[in-house]
Ligand binder design. Structure first.
Ligand code: B1M
Length: 235
């Protein structure tokens, strides 16, 4: 996958055509080269790519390759962490562009990755896209237990609770959070959205969420629609 160091030194990213540059970004992400990812992200933006396209085609595309090799035992945790850091470095450039809306927030969301789970890239993306769509987002980070979610709901009074899980072993915790909300008489106050690679529509229904969001863009669409419906019903 990766090139030899001396070949790498000779490579001038700005000289590559778009498709070659994206291929190179897949390699650089795989190799955890954050500086190169930052440079290539800037090059694509300067060439007129919008932030969404850079995110979807270059960064998420590259991370999918990392994910497949992680699954197959070709890559291990340290390498994947480096890849994740490189992805985050690229996302940091895109964040202000994805979040550039201005004006009064159209709603508020509290979001966190559930207890036992430290994957945060998808959660961060969902948060970024929601901010980009005009929502105020309170990010609780990773490894979030029910009490922390509930304390944040009480403190910030959002319209939406978002939960993310990437492990089949942690996704059931979403039901624990929703059941705790029910027990405390709080469930109906919030729209609960869940996301993460191992989830699906059926799981979202089974745990009692309002909706499962396949990706960050879907989270935005669903959040807007459900919030509008809720406001219309209350008017
Ligand atoms: Co982890 N890991 N990992 N990992 N890791 C997976 C999830 C895995 C599928 C890899 C594999 O085997 N193919 C596998 C899970 C298998 C399973 O559960 N069946 C796995 C495993 C096993 C593990 C460990 C247990 C490995 C170990 O230690 N032996 C360990 C668990 C640690 C823990 O959490 N307790 C572990 C650790 C790690 C790293 C720390 C190395 C790193 C995380 C770094 C970080 O996040 N800061 C890591 C990574 C990077 C991955 C993969 C490769 C990539 C995940 C990712 O960021 N994808 C992943 C393989 C894969 O998914 N292909 C894997 C990109 C991201 C944009 O996608 O998060 O799905 P995703 O988000 C999407 C949607 O799902 C949705 O929107 C996003 C896109 O628009 N979405 C939401 C997500 N959350 C949402 C919330 C919403 C809405 C939408 O709220 C409203």
């Amino acid at each position: 996958m990766s090139q030899k160091p001396d070949e790498k030194q000779d490579l001038i990213l700005a000289d590559l055509a778009d498709d070659e540059l994206v291929e190179q970004m897949f390699d650089d992400l795989y190799d955890g080269l954050a500086d190169e990812i930052v440079e290539a992200t800037r090059i694509l933006l300067n060439r007129g790519w919008d932030a969404r396209r850079v995110l979807d085609d270059a960064l998420v595309g590259g991370m999918n390759i990392v994910g497949a090799d992680f699954r197959d035992g070709v890559l291990f945790v340290p390498e994947v962490l480096l890849a994740a850091n490189a992805m985050k470095a690229g996302m940091a450039i895109l964040k202000p562009l994805l979040a550039a809306t201005g004006g009064k927030p159209i709603g508020k969301m509290v979001i966190g990755t559930v207890k036992g789970d430290i994957h945060d890239i998808g959660k961060n993306l969902a948060g970024m896209m929601m901010e980009g769509a005009g929502f105020e987002v309170v990010d609780l980070g990773i490894n979030t237990n029910a009490d922390t979610y509930i304390a944040a709901l009480r403190e910030h009074e959002p319209d939406i609770l978002g939960m993310s899980a990437l492990l089949t072993t942690t996704m059931p915790y979403m039901k624990v959070v929703i059941d705790t909300l029910k027990e405390r008489g709080l469930r109906d106050k919030y729209i609960v959205l869940v996301g993460g690679a191992p989830l699906n529509e059926e799981f979202g229904k089974a745990v009692g969420a309002n909706a499962y969001c396949r990706d960050a863009a879907t989270a935005v669409e669903v959040a807007k629609r459900l919030l509008q419906e809720r406001r219309a019903a209350r008017a």
